[in-house]
Ligand binder design. Sequence first.
Ligand SMILES: C[S@@+](CC[C@H](N)C(=O)[O-])C[C@H]1O[C@@H](n2cnc3c(N)ncnc32)[C@H](O)[C@@H]1O
Length: 310
Amino acid sequence: MRVEVVLTEADIAQEFAEAMEARDLPEKFFFWFPRSAAEWCALSRDADLYGGLGETWRQIAADAASLAVHYRGRVPVISFGAGDGARDRVLMGGLCDAGCQAVYHPVDASQPMLEMACSGADDDDIEAAGIKADISSPVHLVYAADAAEPPRLFIMSGNTMGSFDPLAEIRYVAQCMKPEDRLIVDGELYDQALSMSRRDNTPARKFICALLGNMGIGPEDGEIRFNHKRDERHEGLHLITRHFRADRDLSAIVAGQEISLERGERIGLNFQYTYTEDVFRWLLRDHGGLEILREYRSPDSRFLTALCRK
Ligand SMILES: C[S@@+](CC[C@H](N)C(=O)[O-])C[C@H]1O[C@@H](n2cnc3c(N)ncnc32)[C@H](O)[C@@H]1O
């Protein structure tokens, strides 16, 4: 298994300790530990929560022949925030059936996730070389994109863009693209009734608790709360935040360091953006400078996925 390391474990451990000191934990730490990675895999395979997105990827794969004509046999697939790569492999299977040879570059900050993505590709006889990098860094993104020459197929799936500032992230991704490249990116559509319940549920709480548990914080130590906010920069940009509130004085262990939390203190946990359909299109076209070539709406209407070019 080949994994090129741009973001080291020592970097992540240092950033994790600093983030805990600041009481604000971004997305990348939620997938760092093997237990977190296992809980994410269970969550992302939950048919009620992600079955619709799975159907979208099967639909994109069934249509892979129309994508394949754009490539000359060999398709470098560079997936930003690849996770276990399960959705990417569905598409790569379709590309192979269409007569292409996929060469896979999963890009992720999580070593366990990268190992799953690369070994899954190996099992499917797809050449793979992972890149351990921070996709919120424009420099790391450009480095990862340069793993292959254009035309490349970039992927950002599972509402990964929504775990960052999407206005910044889409521009960073677009900066990596050449006119011959294609990008498949999805966004989760805001639903007043469902967006919260799709997050505040048992499998999602187990996923969050896996990170807290790795720091020695258990369910009896406090409470996880969710909030809905609007991002005033643009109508239709919704943000769901979550935080842990300590119910008693406690100590967390972060990368071997003890960090004290007082009763009532809060730790900001990873947030997620959701969008109205119009704002998702605005984000890609007007803000990111991309052209949408095709759209796929998941059968449960939770996700809108777009095939784009620059
Ligand atoms: C929501 S999951 C989506 C995974 C996959 N694309 C899918 O569709 O199931 C987000 C992925 O992005 C990775 N990630 C989060 N923040 C990251 C960062 N700053 N740099 C690199 N990877 C990151 C996580 O490790 C995780 O694998």
